[in-house]
Design a protein around this ligand. Sequence first.
Ligand SMILES: C[S@@+](CC[C@H](N)C(=O)[O-])C[C@H]1O[C@@H](n2cnc3c(N)ncnc32)[C@H](O)[C@@H]1O
Length: 239
Amino acid sequence: MDYSKTKPESIQYLFGNIANKYDKANAILSFGLHHFWNKKLVKELSSQKRKTYLDLCSGTGEIALRFVQSNPDSKKIILLDFCKEMLDIAEAKFNKPEMPKNIEYLVADAQKLPLDSKSIDLISMAYGIRNVKAPELAIREAYRVLAPGGKIAILELTKPDNRLLKFGHHLYLKGLLPIIGKFITENKKAYQYLCESIHQFVPPLEIKNKMQEAGFQQIKIKKLNFGIATLITAQKTDE
Ligand SMILES: C[S@@+](CC[C@H](N)C(=O)[O-])C[C@H]1O[C@@H](n2cnc3c(N)ncnc32)[C@H](O)[C@@H]1O
């Protein structure tokens, strides 16, 4: 099968196919750096007050899990992904006595959220936006469901600016990553798609513009590890 974000069913199939190996592959392929990036994202959203939290493109729930650990008395936690196999793995992680019970799993499209307007306080989206066919739709939907005063944090793998780093990064993505990815998941094409999706990814400044157009304010872009990953945060301040 050929994977392309213009064919969402191929992306669903891809993640369904690698779901049970996703966490292991992620840890190896990012050299563990994603733990540090994920931590940064969750820190941006952590709050003293009880909040309703939505994790978009939640996958195997690593971000939501980290969020729950640092915000154990959240009002409600929603994990949303259009790939059921990924969410099933997330659900197994939360299915423990010490975990809160106010968790909902939604198999749905981030571009058409089955949620009421202004019903959510905090939104995260990690490594998801580059897979979405129309990122502006997902951003607009996130804005719609956020309550005034709400906050969003989008984390994504990006291309570094530094020329030397760019070259090394390119070699890693084109050469090494699909090969290691194939050994871990037995699916070279899936990892080829993931590498290509980083190259084709909408640059952070374009994401910022799309967020501005949707109505977001206080948009901040933070480069992580020289731009290998980028964290974008923003608020909905208006009614
Ligand atoms: C690279 S994984 C990231 C998973 C997780 N956020 C993490 O931090 O590991 C991308 C996830 O986005 C989901 N996804 C892609 N497009 C989507 C869409 N339009 N709606 C909902 N989920 C989507 C995929 O099914 C996949 O689970």
